[in-house]
Ligand binder design. Structure first.
Ligand code: KG4
Ligand code: ZN
Length: 419
């Protein structure tokens, strides 16, 4: 089964095509094409994501990324032949994209040069996220459905962050493209005169339930328990800011660029390496660390950093390192405490972490130790699949199809969609 994933919930435009083989309960996934365009540079000057700019950028990039992804996957044969489609379909697509005339014009141009690709379903993020940004992806999916008659599975972004942790690299295998003259994709190597593509195959691991998921991203900080596949109960949430948001806001206060998570973490590591035994000169509070519930709060921490900085006459690079280390230590302490508390309360067999902040190596190490202590299996995405991408959406789409979810075109973008 081949699935096209579309992700536009925030500031990354993602298109991915996966192929899943499901033999004898062994599920193997091959990424046929994976294209991601990060708008980070465009949003930097605003110090965060500007929703209408995100929407415009998605609209501009979806067609070029789809074209590249189809080329990489070598699924559509691109030809110069005219697209002899009936006017009714063209009108339907124009109607779906009536608020995005440029996107319609670009898509029409693409469709005039390609045939229907061998794709079985389209999985598109319909929430949560920035509604205008989600909206573009959803209407784009509906337009493709109108042209190609490929069913759509609306997909929850946070479910994508969870399920992508079940991928583990298996083997590299070679695919002989049907048309070797198509443009490059994968790792091309000549053999017997033909171009052979090497694609990485992933095993989709069976998750042992109950599973506890810690979702840490720019918009979410949640603890979720799953008693079975694709069933979720939120058992902890942030009362205010998400952890990624706190990283980004603290970075901004320190005069560091957006997004700040990785930069703060790198500065923290530098400080730790240079001064391994130094007492933190500016201790920060650990919000809600002793609360009996599983909720989080990060806005007080951000304010504490602000007041601390106000008292320091000059914010030198050294001060930035010190604040970064103490801030990251607060995050580590709070996450470790709340995850341990949830494990003791719910007794899961697996701990999953997902969301952009799960790219953080210190957080991974700390939570892996927690899993060793309690004897849990630890599932975490590859670093490159931790931040937003369309692979996770395509995979979540596949899992929902397997679970019997009915495809539909009767759905809307929902910025507040819950698990
Ligand atoms: O999941 P994601 O890509 O987008 C949302 O759905 O929000 O997460 C983005 C967040 C940003 O706040 C970014 O600063 C944070 O993930 N992030 C990190 C790291 N890499 C990305 N935070 C801490 N350490 C990192 N290495
Ligand atoms: Zn995300």
């Amino acid at each position: 089964m081949r699935i096209l994933g579309i992700e536009t919930s925030c500031d990354e435009t993602g298109i991915c095509i996966i192929e899943v083989k499901d033999d004898n309960n062994e599920k193997a996934l091959t990424i046929l094409g994976n294209q991601l365009y990060s708008q980070v540079a465009k949003h930097k000057e605003f110090g965060g994501v500007f929703p209408m700019l995100a929407k415009r950028e998605h609209a501009k990039n979806l067609v070029p990324l789809l074209r590249k992804c189809l080329e990489e996957a070598r699924l559509s044969s691109f030809s110069k032949e005219e697209w002899h489609s009936d006017d009714e379909v063209v009108r339907k697509v124009e109607n779906i994209l009536s608020r995005e005339p440029e996107l319609f014009a670009e898509l029409k141009k693409l469709l005039e040069t390609i045939e229907k690709p061998g794709i079985d379903a389209i999985a598109v993020t319909n929430g949560p996220g920035l509604e205008p940004a989600l909206w573009v992806g959803v209407t784009f999916a509906k337009a493709l459905n109108a042209v190609w008659d490929i069913p759509i599975i609306p997909t929850n972004h946070m479910e994508g962050h969870i399920v992508v942790s079940s991928l583990s690299p298996n083997t590299v295998h070679e695919v002989l493209p049907s048309n070797p003259h198509l443009s490059q994709g994968g790792v091309a190597s000549p053999r017997d005169g033909a171009v052979v593509l090497r694609k990485i195959e992933y095993k989709i691991k069976e998750i042992k339930y109950p599973a506890l998921s810690l979702l840490i991203s720019g918009g979410h900080t949640q603890l979720v328990i799953s008693e079975e596949n694709l069933k979720y109960k939120i058992i902890g949430n942030t009362c205010d800011d998400a952890v990624g948001e706190a990283y980004d806001k603290v970075a901004r206060m320190l005069g560091l660029p957006y997004p700040g998570g990785k930069i703060i973490s790198d500065l923290a590591n530098k400080e730790k390496a240079e001064f391994p035994n130094k007492k933190p000169p500016y201790p920060l509070p650990r919000p809600m660390i002793h609360s009996k519930d599983l909720n989080f709060s990060f806005s007080g921490l951000k304010t504490a950093v602000l007041y601390t900085l106000k008292k320091i006459p000059e914010i030198t690079d050294q001060v930035k390192q010190e604040i970064s280390l103490e801030f990251e230590n607060v995050v580590l302490d709070v996450l470790e405490k709340k995850v341990s508390q949830a494990i003791e309360e719910y007794n899961p067999q697996t701990l999953i972490i997902g969301g952009g902040v799960s790219a953080n190596l210190n957080i991974r190490t700390e939570l892996e130790k927690v899993c060793q202590k309690y004897g849990l299996e630890f599932l975490v995405p590859e670093v490159s699949a931790s931040t937003d991408n369309a692979l996770m959406i395509a995979l979540a789409g596949f899992m929902n199809i397997k679970a019997g979810k009915t495809p539909t075109t009767d759905f809307k973008a929902n910025g507040n969609l819950s698990l």
